[in-house]
Design a binder for this molecule. Structure first.
Ligand code: ZN
Length: 300
């Protein structure tokens, strides 16, 4: 597979139901965290607002071909989970959530299935030096399910492109995020945003280099500004006037800087080692000297 093929296999659509029956969709991607040698903790990453409060949730994994490390297009498993909201770990301040995947991979293996996906790895996170060396206006792609749209038959996401609208090194308005110019719809929430350079790379220090390629995970889309269109809708029969207000995405998106995914590692390591989450009054594993309920567990 070519590098861009892997980008089409790192995500899953997430479909949630909420109390009262409301439904929503978002995007999650698979990432290996806590990487040590050949060990890693694979997790799904998405936005808190996609899954928080959800009663049930569904996501889909493509099966691997029996005799090759390739996707068996058209064959995928649908995982449907209850108590969905409680299965995620929530970032203490940002709109992010992760869920360990190993139980579901294991569940499939016990039934004789293996899954094909391309987990993102920490080497895709740009270092501070790499971020500082990026020029303004970079080509980016985002992978996800805008308005819930997907290739349901082949379990494939929609890949869109755009540019960085503010510099990924700078905290936009003081928050650990930056802005992209791309078509960002509901359902794209949780989409990984990649710097993608094929056949040439650009750098502040070295200018343009022909022949090189580069992929970096710059961040996770979580919101977009809307402008509001108002119009009059006349209900002719009863002569009343109604104003319709519609939110229209204006093709900008707010993206949480990708380094934030590392914030989950202390709690994931604790969970992996102890088989449970820290108790609410226990010392937080992130070494902040606060209690878990006042630190990384504050939004759980
Ligand atoms: Zn903490």
């Amino acid at each position: 597979m070519f590098v861009t093929d892997h980008l089409a296999h790192c995500t899953t659509r997430v479909a949630c139901t909420f109390p009262g029956g409301a439904e929503g969709t978002g995007t999650a991607f698979v990432m290996n965290l806590c990487v040590e040698g050949s060990n890693a903790i694979p997790v799904l990453v998405t936005n808190r607002h996609v899954v928080k409060g959800a009663v049930t949730g569904r996501f889909w994994f493509t099966l691997r071909k029996p005799n090759a490390n390739e996707p068996d297009y058209g064959k995928h498993h649908n995982f449907e989970l209850d108590n969905f909201s409680q299965r995620w770990l929530y970032h203490k301040t940002l709109d992010l959530a992760v869920m360990p995947l190993q139980p579901f991979i294991q569940q499939g293996q016990n039934l004789g299935y293996s899954y094909f996906f391309s987990p993102l790895t920490p080497d895709l996170l740009p270092s501070p030096e790499e971020l500082a060396d990026l020029p303004a206006l970079l080509d980016i792609v985002l992978v996800g399910y805008p308005n819930g749209i997907w290739d349901e038959k082949n379990n494939q996401p929609i890949i869109r492109k755009g540019i960085t609208a503010t510099h990924p090194e700078l905290d936009y308005n003081g928050r650990p995020e930056f802005v992209i110019d791309a078509a960002c719809f509901n359902g794209s929430s949780g989409s990984p945003v990649f710097l993608l350079e094929l056949g040439r790379t650009v750098s502040r220090a070295s200018g343009m280099t022909i022949g090189n390629s580069r992929v970096k995970l710059l961040g996770i889309l979580y919101a977009g500004p809307m402008h509001f269109a108002t119009g009059e809708v006349r209900a002719v029969e009863i002569g009343q006037k109604t104003i319709a207000v519609t939110g229209v995405p204006n093709n900008l998106g707010y993206v949480i800087s990708s380094r934030a995914v590392k914030d989950f590692e202390p709690v994931l390591n604790f969970l992996n080692k102890n088989g449970r989450l820290p108790a609410r009054n226990e010392a937080c594993p992130c070494a902040s000297t606060k209690r878990y309920k006042e630190c990384c567990g504050v939004t759980s």
